[in-house]
Design a protein around this ligand. Structure first.
Ligand SMILES: C[S@@+](CC[C@H](N)C(=O)[O-])C[C@H]1O[C@@H](n2cnc3c(N)ncnc32)[C@H](O)[C@@H]1O
Length: 249
């Protein structure tokens, strides 16, 4: 468990402060496609991290069981939980410590690609009620929409040995749709307005940055800051984003 959670635990503060939330349209699409109203639903949020999706589901009336392998990530999630409608379990998403048929939704927000692609989906099906749904979503910077963003990603690709993102020709969204039997996919475009420092905090929360030495990460962030300031001297970025949403069984 310690091993599984380690990558993100080391950047839990940056994750909590820097990562964007998901746009409202995503929650509408999730309900529309799944036929499940969030108010009153029970969701198991696997790889819940610091609780970005967990809190949003709770705010929309779901009871949420947040599961994560990282104790630091879960500690931040719990510190921000507003009521007892959120429960947290330190566990492997490939072996959920839950009985069969307890959930309306099993959600993987930016997390399914860390799990076993077959075992995780079998576990999700086991804990779902018969009319429940599996949800995968990824909030992605849309590099093809802005030259500055493509250049930013290209610098990351050149300097981070474990970089995985839109600067690579072979990059694609995680194949969760192929892991399910019935599935509907949506792409939801939105624009993130964010200060340069928060954008750089977000950058530090990526696993390919966490894999660098602290000195190399600091140096790369400093150089990215210089390049971003050339394009956005006022310090606020307009980041073209898109959410990939897959809802299935
Ligand atoms: C990129 S973060 C996503 C966090 C959050 N869902 C969000 O949307 O911001 C991925 C999370 O998956 C967790 N994780 C990785 N492998 C896991 C596993 N096998 N079981 C449970 N959680 C896992 C990590 O600890 C991390 O918190």
């Amino acid at each position: 468990m310690r091993e599984l959670g380690r990558v993100f635990d080391s950047v839990a503060d940056a994750y909590d402060a820097g990562r964007p939330t998901y746009p409202d349209e995503m929650y509408h699409a999730l309900s529309e496609v799944s036929g499940i109203q969030l108010a009153g639903a029970t969701a198991v949020d696997v790889g819940a991290g610091t609780g970005i999706l967990t809190r949003a589901l709770r705010a929309r009336g779901s009871r949420v069981i947040a599961v994560d392998a990282g104790s630091e990530m879960l500690a931040r999630l719990l510190s921000k939980a507003t009521d007892d409608g959120i429960a947290a379990l330190l566990a492997d998403g490939n072996a959920l410590p839950l009985t069969d048929g307890v959930a309306d939704l099993v959600t993987y927000a930016q997390s399914w690609h860390w799990l076993d692609p077959v075992v995780s989906i079998a576990e999700a099906r086991r804990v779902l009620r018969p009319d429940g749904a599996i949800v995968g979503c990824w909030n992605l910077a849309h590099a093809a929409e802005a030259e500055w963003l493509a250049a930013h990603e290209a610098r990351l690709a050149a300097e981070c040995p474990t970089y995985w993102g839109p600067a690579l020709a072979e990059w694609s969204v995680p194949p969760i749709a192929a892991a399910m039997e019935v599935v509907e996919e949506r792409w939801i475009a939105w624009t993130r307005l964010v200060g340069i420092e928060d954008f750089l905090l977000n950058l530090r929360s990526h696993s390919y940055m966490a894999a660098l030495s602290p000195e190399a990460a600091d140096d790369l962030v400093a150089r990215q800051r210089v390049e971003l300031r050339k394009v956005f001297p006022e310090g606020v970025l307009y980041v073209p984003m898109r959410v990939y949403l897959a809802v299935g069984k």
